[in-house]
Design a protein around this ligand. Structure first.
Ligand code: BGC
Length: 758
């Protein structure tokens, strides 16, 4: 893990000088269609022909992925020549990658190219918002464009495979990797994950600007007990199928080239040795024909899990389960040959794995074009990439509170810019930015100075980092606030407080940030807090002291200009929460699609002061010291205008099994400015052969409305959309009554009923 950490912090130099020709080329590559999934008979012929020529050692070589830094030494060259390596992750610069491909294709016996993988998680050098922020845009087209931008940049430097999208369902904000996810909902994650796959892979994986995607972490990783990374998961099969598997199934249906097997164990069986999820579900049921890579040493970690006693058992169980390629650890390299020779496992399984890998290498065009063309003009940080990054950041921002319409701030006002994240170019990029360079980040301070003029801005950070408790800077910050008309306060959590292995047991603003807010509030100046974070934080006391709260996540390279546009009303916020925000960490995990229990609490039981136990009232499912409801519900987000919902209708009160209905409602912009609303459709299946969630998202769309304008929004619903795993584990809808809502978040909306009849 040490090597990886140094890579993560390694920032490559800025590539400047973007030429017009590059822009035209880039623009041509920016629109994509769905990738095809059908097996190509020509490719199958080539795969089979090649396989028959391979020795067992060469086959095992294809199943090995190794980490390579910036140095290609003689021993590694020799291993490539001997066909002992199928893939590298993090293999140096493009020249090194090209040299590797030259050796592999010209000097190895069979000339099989390698595939280079890398974590291009939310942008390559143009960093777009963290995936959780992207998800807050609820905009699949934009999310797809973001992945396309990443693919164009990464492929131009020889990366042909990204370890993304991360489509784990994440319902626990303590879990640091929630930042990399699309949040808590299977439907939203399925739609956005598929958009990312399309963006990365383009309409043809063989196109030089396309990169293979990797749906990860298969599966259940987000259910880590206590939100502690890598922890055990216990997920009943029905919940696995209803909640954790659909986003992966959607990715497979979209043609994702690869999947990554996760670190966690599921119901006692580690994901990297799990025959049920990898072979039964993925291969037998979904017919996935790409390849599965293990997560970083997740195979040999099965020894620590207590599932395998040694490397030989690791190799045996992983192969049987269906892991095709081993990342970093070397159990296949060290043990497969003897396992096959001893008859412990059939070579047929190795052949299957190798075919899966070769199939993707052929689909990716690596046999025809192994070398990256470095003579082309640079596409890194191309203007339209920066523009896309800014658009996504704008749409990712969620306005949570706006008392007295403090936002947008009118230009001409004197503004105090305060807080540790106002000018934190590294932190605003968020987790997983191997190739992002902080020097390219445009911070809010810079963007706002440019937008409203330096003379209107007073900058006093107050705190040097989000975690520090050193308050010496408070006096200057308070003075800046006093001399201004409005305070823009940039608080939250810095980059390294979220992401892999960065779970938190407290969700509050770290360090002395709450004290800073209190000191500023005492000036009586209006405050807009812009919160940058990799997870839902809890900040009730802050919300009580400030007028406005804009949740900006970690917004990436163009975070500053995006925030400036929203704060000064050039853009109207339209983001909606892709995850429920708890009132306190003790409510976690908390998500909107929960079950009702036999004793649901009622609205009359609300109003419990935070952290103060009341006398027990009633035997319902709630807490004594905090309301049972969240701070902000899933799907929530305000705008500078208001939207009203009315007149919900279903095309028929009853539908037959296999039939369809249309649900419509009117949405009206009742405010003063144009705005976009993410309109959401939820259903509740009232009674089932097993208990059903109180609400489930089944559709959403963005609607742009002028002041006073209204539109009828319509959604088609088929009974297939209402299917789930029933008491017999059959995927089916059931006859019965349903509620349906159309609204602006999961807690509000207009409602009507329909029924499914036999
Ligand atoms: C992470 C993966 C990542 C891999 C390769 C692991 O530690 O869990 O998400 O793709 O490393 O860097």
């Amino acid at each position: 893990m040490k090597i990886k950490t140094s890579i993560k912090s390694f920032r490559l130099l800025l590539v400047t000088g973007i030429m017009l020709i590059a822009i035209v080329w880039t623009m041509n590559c920016m629109t994509t269609k769905t990738t095809t999934t059908a097996k190509d008979p020509e490719i199958e012929k080539k795969v089979n022909a090649l396989l028959t020529k391979m020795t067992l050692q060469e086959k095992i070589g294809q199943m090995m992925q190794q980490h390579l830094g910036d140095e290609l030494n003689d021993a590694t060259k020799e291993a490539i020549r001997k066909g002992q390596i199928g893939s590298f992750l993090n293999a140096g610069n493009v020249e090194i990658k090209n040299e590797i491909q030259r050796i592999a294709t010209k000097e190895s016996r069979l000339g099989i190219p390698l595939i280079f993988g890398r974590d291009v998680i939310h942008g390559y050098k143009t960093i777009i918002p963290i995936p959780l922020g992207q998800a807050a845009s609820w905009n699949p087209e934009l999310v797809e464009k973001g992945a396309r931008v990443a693919a164009i940049e990464a492929s131009s430097e020889g990366v042909k495979w990204t370890f993304a999208p991360m489509i784990d369902i994440a319902r626990d904000p303590r879990w640091g990797r929630i930042a990399e996810s699309c949040g808590e909902d299977p439907y939203l994650t399925s739609v956005l994950g598929a958009a990312m796959v399309r963006g990365f892979q383009g309409d043809n994986l063989a196109d030089p600007s396309s990169i293979a995607a990797c749906a990860k972490h298969y599966v259940g990783y987000g259910a880590a007990e206590g939100g502690r990374d890598y922890n055990t998961t216990l997920i009943p099969e029905r919940q696995l199928r209803d909640v954790y598997l659909p986003s992966f199934h959607a990715a497979v249906k979209t043609g994702v080239a690869t999947l990554m097997s996760a670190f966690n164990d599921i119901n006692g069986v580690p994901a990297s040795g799990n025959e049920f999820t990898l072979r039964q579900v993925l291969r037998n049921e979904w017919k996935f024909d790409g390849f599965v890579v293990s997560d970083w040493t997740s195979m040999t970690e099965m020894i620590a899990h207590g599932y395998c006693k040694d490397e030989a058992e690791v190799a045996l169980k992983s192969l049987k389960a269906g892991v095709d390629m081993e990342m970093v650890s070397q159990s296949y390299l060290n043990k497969l040959e003897e396992l096959i020779k001893s008859g412990a496992v059939s070579e047929k399984l190795v052949d299957e794995a190798v075919k899966n890998i070769l199939r993707i290498k052929f689909r990716a065009g690596l046999f025809d074009n192994p070398i990256t063309d470095t003579s082309k003009p640079s596409v890194i940080l191309a203007p339209e990439h920066l523009a896309a990054a800014k658009d996504i950041a704008v749409q990712s921002m969620v306005l949570l509170q706006n008392k007295n319409d403090l936002l947008p701030v009118t230009k001409g006002k004197r503004v105090a810019i305060i807080g540790p994240l106002a000018d934190a170019p590294l932190d605003q990029m968020g987790t997983w930015v191997l190739d992002g360079n902080a020097a390219n980040s445009v911070t809010p301070l810079k963007a706002i100075r440019e937008m409203i003029g330096e003379s209107n801005v007073q900058y006093a950070p107050g705190l040097t980092t989000s975690r520090t408790t050193e308050t010496a800077g408070f006096a200057k910050a308070v003075q800046a606030a006093r001399q201004s008309d409005v305070v823009l306060l940039f608080i939250g959590e810095e980059q390294i407080l979220s992401g892999e292995a960065h779970s938190r047991a407290f969700l509050n603003l770290p360090g002395a940030q709450e004290e800073l807010v209190a000191a500023l509030a005492a000036t009586g100046k209006p405050i807009a807090a812009i919160i940058m974070a990799g997870r839902p934080l809890t900040f009730r006391t802050v919300a009580d002291k400030v007028q406005a709260i804009l949740y900006a996540w970690h917004p990436g390279t163009m975070g500053g200009p995006a925030i400036a546009d929203v704060v000064f009303g050039v853009a109207n916020p339209s983001g909606k929460l892709p995850v429920t925000f708890p009132r306190t960490v003790g409510q976690a995990p908390i998500y909107y699609a929960h079950k009702n229990t036999g004793r649901p609490p009622s609205a009359s039981e609300l109003g419990i002061p935070l952290g103060t136990p009341l006398d027990p009232r009633g035997f319902t499912s709630k807490y004594l010291d905090v309301d049972f409801t969240p701070e902000y519900p899933f799907g929530y987000g305000l705008s500078y205008t208001r939207f009203e919902y009315s007149n919900i209708q279903v095309s028929a009160p009853q539908i037959k099994m296999g039939g369809k209905l249309t649900v419509t409602a009117e949405v009206k912009n009742t405010g003063q400015v144009p705005g976009e609303e993410v309109v959401q459709l939820y259903v509740q299946d009232l009674f089932g052969s097993v208990t059903r969630p109180v609400k489930e998202l089944k559709g959403f769309t963005r609607v742009a409305l002028q002041p006073g304008e209204s539109k009828t929004v319509s959604f088609d619903l088929s009974t297939d959309d209402l299917a789930f795993y029933d008491i017999n584990m059959k995927f089916t809808a059931e006859p019965g009554d349903f509620h349906v809502w159309i609204g602006g978040n999961s807690a509000e909306g207009v409602m009507t009923d329909f029924a499914i009849v036999d």
